[in-house]
Ligand binder design. Structure first.
Ligand code: SAH
Ligand code: SF4
Length: 383
């Protein structure tokens, strides 16, 4: 079968091109056509020799996962659902902000970790995405947004691996994908603006620090092992202290001088003042530079959990900040299109066969034009 060039980082492409008898700089040109210009049609790659283009057409392809659906929220957030085959779907979400454009992407169809509060976790694990399928989410979204906005400049400035799946349980495919995103001949995303979020796969945190140190977010969600064992089952394998020390080690290599801890606030589960005290003691005891990002829980059917009330979120935030810990509350974006981790894909999968049916019909919903003020802002996104 023809090789999918989205699976290859720069060096991989150099190797393939050399097997076609082409020099290194030709591979670089091809890499730029694919990732910088978003071109999928070899015949449009005008500075490549005709014979090389023909070889590519016969032996290679540039293929992203098919889009099942596309939704735009009132706040400008866009969510795509991609068909990952066999009834599975994965999602990517674009979140425009005044000073940046963030794309949240998936690393697996489903997830084996099985966190209590996560709709992806409730689906179970289906399969790892390939490097090409991880990169393709960025390739597709950047290409779509530029065409949609009529721009020829970078729109996505930040990428976060916070969609479906546990990226560090798909390590072998993750790292080449990260390298493509960082490559100046491709997307040139800075290490500080590329974030891997993990539920805490300790050995892989260490490997990432050596192989490809990008910004790290760790999904903590609980200040003690008893509660974290329950909410994030992986904690039974890698308990909090081990995780915290891995984070500390990571900081020596990280592009930022802090780790972000994600903390999903669940009413009367992990949101009391006692939890704040425990969290503060933990952070002080380990002595780790960090920020805590509080995430209001996004409810889904059958979770049996509730989002903490605004009052409790506020109380938690004030107490943590009051103790000197840099704390933020994640804005809920794209609420009207369920743009939270795993949500829409979960709904589609629940209806057996729905993904295949939707894919056949190509139900791509027309999206509203992005207002000129938003697009002007996006046009000036800093890299
Ligand atoms: N597997 C990785 C990355 C994907 S999940 C991880 O767990 O970090 C990305 C983030 O979304 C995590 O912090 C996760 O805890 C959070 N999340 C999952 N389900 C959620 C929900 N229903 N509401 C709010 N946040 C959720
Ligand atoms: Fe997997 Fe992350 Fe969801 Fe946990 S929160 S089940 S690790 S995707």
């Amino acid at each position: 079968m023809a090789i999918n060039l989205l699976d290859l980082d720069h060096e991989g492409l150099v190797a393939v091109c050399s097997s076609f008898g082409e020099k290194r700089f030709r591979a670089t040109q091809l890499f730029r056509w694919i990732h910088q210009k978003g071109i999928a049609d070899f015949s449009a790659m005008s500075d490549l020799a005709q014979s090389f283009r023909e070889k590519l057409s016969n032996l290679a392809r540039i293929a992203a996962l098919p889009v099942v659906s596309q939704h735009q929220s009132g706040d400008g957030t866009i969510k795509w659902l991609f068909d990952a085959g066999e009834g599975n779907a994965v999602e990517a979400v674009f979140i425009p902000e005044a000073d940046r454009g963030t794309l949240c992407i998936s690393s697996q169809a489903g997830c084996a970790v099985g966190c209590r509060f996560c709709s992806t976790g409730h689906q179970g694990f289906n399969r790892n995405l390939t490097s090409g399928e991880i990169v393709a989410q960025l390739w597709f979204a950047e290409r779509f947004l530029r065409r949609h906005l009529g721009k020829d400049e970078r729109i996505i400035s930040n990428v976060v691996l916070m969609g479906m799946g546990e990226p560090l349980q798909n390590y072998g495919n993750l790292v080449p994908a990260l390298r493509v995103m960082l490559d100046d001949n491709a997307y040139g995303i800075s290490r500080r603006r590329l974030t891997v979020s993990t539920s805490g796969v300790v050995p892989m945190i260490d490997r990432l620090s050596a192989d490809c140190p990008v910004a790290l977010a760790v999904s903590l969600h609980a200040p003690n092992d008893l509660l974290r064992d329950h909410l994030v089952p992986l904690n039974r394998k890698y308990p909090i202290d081990e995780l915290m020390h891995a984070c500390k080690r990571y900081l020596e290599f990280a592009p930022r001088d802090f780790i972000t801890f994600e903390y999903c606030l669940l009413q009367e589960v992990n949101d009391s003042l006692q939890h704040v005290d425990e969290l503060v003691s933990l952070i002080r005891r380990i002595g780790i530079r960090c920020k805590v990002n509080l995430i209001p829980f996004n409810p889904f059917p059958g979770s049996g959990l509730m989002r903490s009330s605004p009052e409790r979120i506020d109380m938690f935030f004030r107490a943590l900040s009051g103790a000197g810990i840099v704390t933020t509350i994640r804005k809920t974006r794209g609420d009207d299109i369920d743009a939270a981790c795993g949500q829409l894909a979960g709904e589609v999968r629940d209806r057996t066969g729905a993904v295949e049916r939707m894919a056949k019909q190509r139900t791509v919903f027309p999206i509203a034009p992005i207002s000129s003020s938003t697009s002007a802002k996006q046009g000036t996104v800093a890299r």
